[in-house]
Ligand binder design. Structure first.
Ligand code: 1HA
Length: 270
């Protein structure tokens, strides 16, 4: 596969092949632990993916074969969060989790090796997860003095069930790819050497489908989980479609032309 660089960053790699974008956390010497800079760069890259209508699906992965991500970089953990060049302690991975949820395109996690802590929650919030047979999943928060009481808990419980989610958080065991698959935590396990090939096949299959249909399915499933914030996203998608209709445009045009709108000309479907 020919990957073409989209934008150059310091802690991630951002590339594309055709309509598929790939964001790679690139700190392999620390098992792709993230800093505020890593997260800020991912937010920027995902925003580009969101705005670029020639991109249809996004892959999130980690550099090397040893890790997807080992979570927040504990060596830059300060008082109240993780500290970047601006010296401000942040938990900006939460903003990234939200962005992955609302970007109206499928985001696929491609996991090799360790998927741990806040790194594993990034995998969790992706729409689909494909894992190599060397992948290992787990939460370490209570061991290192942290916890994710947001998606990392509530959404994890929806995905793998409450009993299993509490087990994951209370015991901090690591689970093999096969175990994670059996827990419905991930979608598929493939041999390490086939991981990117199979991931690209899944992307290509998705790209054959109606992007609007996929967009609404993602928004609808997230609405069920995300409450009013999820409904806002689904509602916004409906507004976006309505703005493309003649009925929607009649309201705008009538206002701008200072006349009464004529909505009677439009059908009222049952
Ligand atoms: O919980 C949250 C949040 C919650 C709410 C809101 C925001 C949050 C943001 C983040 C997080 C978290 O992510 S907390 C959880 C943080 N992560 C961890 O506790 C995992 C730490 N790493 C490990 O336990 C192990 O490295 C490992 C089980 C994943 C792998 O072990 P292994 O194969 O023995 O590798 P190891 O030798 O430990 O790691 C290779 C190098 O990478 C080591 O550096 P070296 O000794 O060669 O200098 C290791 O220190 C470094 N490294 C690995 N993970 C991290 C790390 N350095 C900093 N931070 C790490 N997370």
């Amino acid at each position: 596969t020919m990957w073409e660089n989209i934008k150059t960053y310091s802690e991630i790699i951002f590339e594309r092949t055709g309509k598929i974008a790939k964001i790679t956390m690139n700190r392999p010497e620390k098992l792709n632990a993230f800093t505020p800079t890593t997260i800020q760069e991912m937010i920027d890259a995902f925003t580009i993916c969101r705005d670029d209508s020639s991109i249809g699906v996004v892959i999130l992965t980690g550099a090397g074969e040893k890790a997807f991500s080992s979570g927040g970089d504990q060596s830059v953990r300060g008082n109240g969060g993780y500290v970047g060049p601006d010296k401000i302690a942040r938990l900006n991975v939460l903003d990234l989790q939200h962005l992955i949820r609302i970007i109206p395109k499928p985001v696929i996690a491609m996991v090799k090796g360790w998927s741990v802590g806040g790194g594993n929650i990034l995998q969790l919030v992706c729409d689909l997860t494909l894992a190599a047979d060397n992948a290992k999943f787990g939460q370490t928060g209570p061991k290192v003095g942290s916890f994710d009481a947001g998606y990392g808990s509530g959404y994890l419980a929806r995905v793998i069930g409450h009993k299993r989610a509490k087990e994951v958080w209370f015991l901090n065991h690591f689970y093999s790819a096969k175990e994670a698959y059996e827990m419905n935590w991930i979608n598929k396990v493939v041999p390490l050497e086939d991981l990117e090939k199979v991931t690209l096949e899944w992307c290509e299959e998705i790209l054959q489908k109606s992007p609007t249909a996929i967009r609404f399915i993602k928004a609808a499933m997230n609405a069920d989980t995300d409450g009013l914030a999820g409904l806002q996203q689904l509602g916004g998608d409906a507004t976006m479609l309505f703005y493309t209709t003649d009925e929607g445009k009649e309201g705008r045009d009538a206002f701008n032309e200072k006349r009464k709108p004529d909505f009677d000309q439009f059908p009222k479907f049952p």
